[in-house]
Ligand binder design. Structure first.
Ligand code: ACO
Length: 415
């Protein structure tokens, strides 16, 4: 009997088989609890969640849904997410991922999604399907004793204040703050209600150990919630001296004042000598917000959000441009979803992008356009790597002038 790929049903039996297969693929156990099923029912889009079944057993999983990605300029663009992809070790490298992702991308294009987004478990998996890395993350470690030299303000000196908040308040105020923050930072994605329910402990899945975080809010002088931090602590003593560690789970700030105040707050917590701050933007303000920038060490840097173009004109007209210019892009896509030659004419007042018969300036695969789209990657760099071709000398430099952004995109979330 062959492997049957079909939509997952809402029954306990089907969901349990699907979740167990996913847990086997992610090496996160085999137990499926009530909370897992309740979460899955709320989080999944039944019209986009697939399983591969053989002899009544689920051997591969694939979860699609739509999210909004903030593009340069602050608009939200609908994107078809690829998530929860697993193939059982007994069925790997027989084309099951390919059989699930290719029709999904065709359907996403037909239903009007401009692009597809995912977080790649391993770098080599998704390039062949037209995805390119579009945002990066940096993990920082703060040596708080050094960071505090020559002294950080104990309290915000701008009229604002930092207050502790319980998870109930975070669940109430967090989503609205996140909506404000994602408008001003391209690369961020929608946080659905299930994201907040997991962050506040309402859903506790069997795959992860729940530790209730401490939370604080930054209130501006007029009482507006402009910032949020969630962190856990580990009490450590060495030779009678406190040497404790904080692990930052989430830090959102709608203003630079909130950002500064929350980092200063964390650096001033008594007993703490080390703060781990993962999943920050590579150009995070953090190192320059403390007394000694070398107290903040980048400990890891990795690709994060990957994008796959589906509708090039929709993507390129949705975002903003800091400079005026025009470029002809010849996009090559072996799957035919994004291919075409397009004239992009753009400037601070808007952009048009239309099919053209003109000679191209750049010839590039869809994956390279995915990497360039949010302004993080450089066309000059991709040309040097042989990942795009300059058909006119200087065309890559000109494209960078148009496409790159003054701040780097940032997507802190895992979805
Ligand atoms: C967005 C997300 O959900 S990311 C999570 C991805 N999941 C995981 O990493 C969990 C563990 N891994 C797995 O479950 C599987 O190995 C998967 C899902 C990564 C791949 O599934 P498979 O069904 O084996 O992939 P499939 O057979 O369709 O492979 C297609 C091609 O990609 C290649 N490929 C697949 N996985 C990998 C990998 N991890 N590294 C390098 N190449 C890979 C295959 O070799 C094949 O290449 P070919 O066409 O040149 O022969």
């Amino acid at each position: 009997m062959g492997v049957d790929i079909r939509l997952v049903e809402q029954s306990d039996e089907d969901l349990t088989r699907w979740w167990r297969a996913r847990s086997i693929g992610y090496l996160s156990g085999t137990q499926v609890g009530e909370q897992d099923l309740a979460y899955l029912r709320e989080a999944m889009d039944p019209s986009r969640t697939w399983g591969a079944f053989e002899d009544g057993r689920c051997v591969a999983t694939f979860r699609g849904f739509t999210q909004e990605v903030t593009v340069p300029g602050g608009r939200f663009l609908a994107s078809a997410v690829v998530s929860g992809v697993t193939v059982s070790p007994t069925h790997r490298r027989r084309g099951l991922l390919t059989r699930m992702i290719e029709p999904y991308l065709r359907r996403a294009k037909e239903s009007g999604d401009a692009m597809s987004s995912l977080i790649a478990a391993e770098y080599p998996i998704y390039g062949r399907f037209g995805y390119g890395p579009a945002t990066w993350l940096t993990d920082f470690r703060i040596d708080t004793l050094r960071a505090a030299r020559p002294g950080l303000p104990a309290e915000p000196d701008d009229g604002g204040r930092v207050v502790l908040a319980d998870l109930e308040r975070i669940g109430r105020e967090g989503p609205e703050l996140h909506e404000r923050v994602r408008r001003i930072r391209h690369g961020m994605v929608t946080r659905p209600p299930t994201w907040w329910k997991r962050a506040t402990g309402e859903y506790r899945l069997t795959e992860s150990v729940w530790q209730e975080p401490y939370c604080a809010l930054y209130l501006a002088q007029d009482g507006t919630v402009d910032g949020l931090v969630a962190y856990t602590g580990r009490e450590v003593w060495k030779n009678g001296v406190p040497d404790s560690v904080l692990d930052v789970k989430d830090l959102l700030a709608a203003t630079p004042a909130a950002e500064r105040a929350l980092w200063h707050y964390l650096c001033s917590v008594d007993w703490v000598t080390t703060i781990n701050a993962p999943s920050r933007a590579p150009d995070d303000l953090l190192p320059l917000l403390v007394g000694d920038a070398r107290a903040v060490t980048p400990t890891a840097c990795s690709d994060h959000l990957w994008l796959r173009p589906l509708d090039v004109p929709a993507m390129l007209t949705a975002r903003s441009y800091q400079a005026e210019g025009a470029v002809v892009l010849d996009v090559q896509d072996k799957d035919g979803l994004a291919s075409g030659r397009f004239l992009l004419e753009a400037g601070p007042d808007g952009a048009s992008c239309v099919p053209t018969g003109r000679t191209p300036d750049l010839t590039l695969p869809a994956a390279a356009l995915g990497s360039l789209y949010l302004g993080d990657e450089s066309a000059v760099r991709l040309a040097a790597l042989g990942r795009l071709a300059e058909e006119r000398p200087g065309a890559a430099f000109a494209a960078d002038t148009l496409l790159r952004t003054s701040r780097r995109p940032w997507c802190p979330d895992i979805f």
